[in-house]
Write a protein that binds this ligand. Structure first.
Ligand code: ATP
Length: 368
């Protein structure tokens, strides 16, 4: 999977960008706040129909503009010709998302077509944030290769919302037949989501473990465990049993929306005991394992985006990550950093084609 050409108009601080990209490594260097993350985020947008950093579309249009446009031309492995992905945003209007000039009926149809993994400092939230961050990680990872999972999740969340709205009604207004209907839908979709999350985590852990060991070259034992109320309970029955309590609190207290990934370092929660470098090693290993998983399950090599990830890692860990991502297993890579030195280290090891760009006040030029 290669992004050959990228055009941007008015994406955050990037007023106008035209780039011919290297099929292997593309480095973006510049000071803080210049637009490096925005550039990587634009590439992310073309895969996921949304920004990695800001879920509100109107806020990604350049402040002084009304329209924003992204266009990418891709080459797919084993396929002749190019694929063109286009996104047009206009304030107060529905976004247009097109593949080869044909508009998608549903944006979810596009997810997974351009597989991509982004690693950024914001991923610390997977460890430090609430359990919804860890569920989001699983959902993003599985949805990219499993449409049935994504659709089950959409239906589950809809049924959950409906059940919660019903629980908030006055007792005499609650329609128990309707409540049962939402519960049946939640149970059906929830069981499927649980099975798929369980299978994903089972395969994912050994790969993650391997990456963590390689990057840290230590005896630190990093692992995690999937915790779900569905493991021990029949979900449909559990929903019936917790109804009274749920009516009292006004929301659903049982289900896969309460699942958790317990993240451990040497048997202790990494959230509590991990150093900054260990935390970073942990989430980088998770994302690389996600890449590996996508590669194994999908038809195409994902694009990898590394946004400013070397800060706080010791020289040894940086070198190991560089060795890993420059191996043949990885395809096209976009890297951003404030320091040209990090790139030189990376490029020393690689004979492959690479481009280095300078990013300054939203303008991108080939590095002199
Ligand atoms: N909608 C927008 N319109 C114009 N500028 C925006 C918009 N959204 C964000 N910006 C600007 O983008 C800049 C941040 O860019 P970005 O996050 O890409 O920086 P960076 O080069 O990655 O910096 P760092 O090294 O600090 O991570 C800020 O100056 C911010 O004001």
């Amino acid at each position: 999977m290669t992004l050959k050409h990228l055009s941007i108009i008015n994406y955050k601080n990037l007023a106008q960008v035209e780039l011919e990209l290297s099929p292997k490594i593309n480095c973006f260097v510049g000071n803080n706040g210049m637009g490096k993350t925005n550039l990587l985020d634009a590439v992310y947008y073309l895969s996921f129909c949304r920004s990695y950093t800001n879920p509100v579309d109107s806020q990604i249009i350049k402040h002084d503009a009304d329209v924003c446009m992204l266009q990418g031309r891709y080459e797919l492995e084993g396929q002749d010709g190019e694929e063109e992905i286009y996104c047009g945003l206009r304030r107060r209007q529905k976004k247009q998302f097109k593949r080869n000039k044909k508009e998608y009926e549903k944006l979810s149809d596009h997810i997974g077509f351009i597989p991509l993994v982004m690693i950024s400092p914001a991923d610390i939230e997977i460890i430090q944030g609430g359990s919804e961050e860890r569920r989001k990680f699983m959902d993003m990872a599985i949805s990219q290769f499993d449409k049935a999972y994504m659709h089950a999740l959409i239906r589950y969340n809809n049924a959950l919302q409906q059940r919660n709205a019903t629980l908030k009604m006055d007792d005499n207004e609650i329609d128990f037949t309707l409540l049962e209907l939402w519960e049946d839908q939640m149970a059906g979709e929830g069981e499927l989501i649980f099975e798929k999350r369980q299978a994903f985590v089972k395969e994912f852990i050994p790969v993650f473990d391997e990456f963590y060991k390689r990057i840290s070259l230590s005896n630190e034992k990093a692992t995690f465990d999937y915790v779900s109320q569905l493991r021990e309970n029949n979900f449909r029955e559990a929903l019936r049993q917790t109804r009274r309590r749920d009516i009292a609190v006004g929301h659903t207290t049982t289900g896969i929306h309460r699942d958790e990934l317990e993240m451990l370092l040497d048997g202790f929660p990494i959230k509590k005991v991990g150093s900054q470098g260990q935390n970073k090693t942990y989430f980088v290993s998770m994302k690389l394992a996600q890449f590996h998983y996508l590669l194994k399950t999908g038809k195409r090599t994902p694009i990898l985006l590394l946004d400013d990830i070397f800060d706080r890692l010791d020289a040894y860990r940086v070198e190991e990550i560089v060795k890993l991502v420059s191996s043949n297993e990885f395809g096209q890579i976009f890297i951003s950093d404030t320091n040209r030195g990090s790139f030189d280290k990376i490029l020393e090891r690689i004979n492959n084609s690479h481009h280095i760009y300078s990013v300054k006040d939203g303008e991108i030029t080939v590095y002199a």
